[in-house]
Design a protein around this ligand. Sequence first.
Ligand code: HEM
Length: 441
Amino acid sequence: PTARGRVPLAGHSLRFRRDALRFVRELRRHGPLTKIYIGPRPVHFVTDPELVREVVAVQARAFEKGAMFTTLRAPLGDGLITSAGDRHLRHRRLMQPAFHHERIARYARVMAERSRASAAAWEPGTTRDLVPEIHRLTLDILLRTLYAGAPDDLELHAAVQDWLAVKYHSMRLALSPVHAWAERVPLLPAWRPPHTGPLERLAAVQRRIIAAYRADGRDRGDLLSMILLAEGADGALTDTEVVDELITLFLAGTGTVSAALAWSLHEIARRPGVQRRIHEEVDSLPAGRPSGIGDLPALAYTRRVLAEVLRLYPPSWLLMRRTVRPVTLGGTRLPQGAEVFFSPYALHRDPHLYEDPDRFDPERWPHDAAAKAPRHTYLPFGAGSRLCIGEEFAWAELTLALAAFTAHRRLTPAGADPVRPLVGTVLRPDRLLLTAHRRPV
Ligand code: HEM
């Protein structure tokens, strides 16, 4: 099966660029596995949850991350997101303890405290674009949970800011069809994104911090201590490997959480009934505001709201793989090196999988906050061997931040301007103009 029909010269790139969200939803019509062209590059698009399961779980070892991720090794290094095979497996094992439940409890105090401070700075009666504020907050939380030993390291903050500024540029280029063409011309030198300076500066600062941590060998209760202390049968991660993983965490742990939090505030500001129920939960907390992981069970409805937001607006809306050997998928034989895409966004809005899929309805989620959603039809954090390592971290952060932003405020949308989704590597709102009101009003 193929969605080719008459394939225009630029493949499906134009349709993809014009309205990618609609395009990926419509692919379902062409069957469970359909071939599209992004520029000159053929892509096998999986639209069926059973085949997604084949890719991410059953036949996971036949897949690596794909062309874009090879390119991303230049701006990112080779951390968990880009790495493959045995390297990925070894690093994943060594990184896992830093994300254990007991550690998340420590990070949750930081999440609650920083979210409260950010929310408190928002004067009632005023209107703000919350997108930049949320971005600052998620970066602040990540810096403080990564490096409890260096929260006010100015050189670190400056290096992170510089790197973030060029990173988006490099990622856009890595995704572009021009790059896809360049890759096909064997005589061109290996493509490298520009601006590697900020990456090198950030790596140098990280090395300095790692050296300080190694010198005293203490557990500071943060992610970095745990990453440095973890040891497998073949030893611990080297400084260079740790630097790659830290940079990967900056990439993976900020834009995604910011997008999800922004979409959540966007939805609840438009839904007084939903917001009221969140207010009731927050008011029932012992301190009347969130303070740590112990609050999560009482914030069960807040979590269901977040589950629904992650269904309708999964920040990682498009996931990619490439075959490392020939594979049969749904009866179709794919050669080695075939690009395979699937879209959590398209699955989450598939009317065969969700009733009235575009309707925002937290009630579709079970009351038990910890209950798992149906597998491979709900993939905001991916699935299988490459499941997001930060999933529990993200749930804690989102729940505590949403509770903090609503604890002493009622939020309403400012103006009738519709929020537009920006469709890049992350699906996020272009801006979020909200007005805060003092509660109770
Ligand atoms: C992987 C989504 C937050 C670290 C992933 C994947 C998804 C995802 C879909 C799998 C990608 C694939 O299969 O190709 C999200 C969303 C988040 C979030 C929606 C927030 C709402 C975080 C946080 C961290 C993190 C807070 C770390 C602090 C990672 C890492 C990977 C990953 C390291 C690669 C894991 C591996 O391949 O072993 N994330 N993520 N993420 N995420 Fe997250």
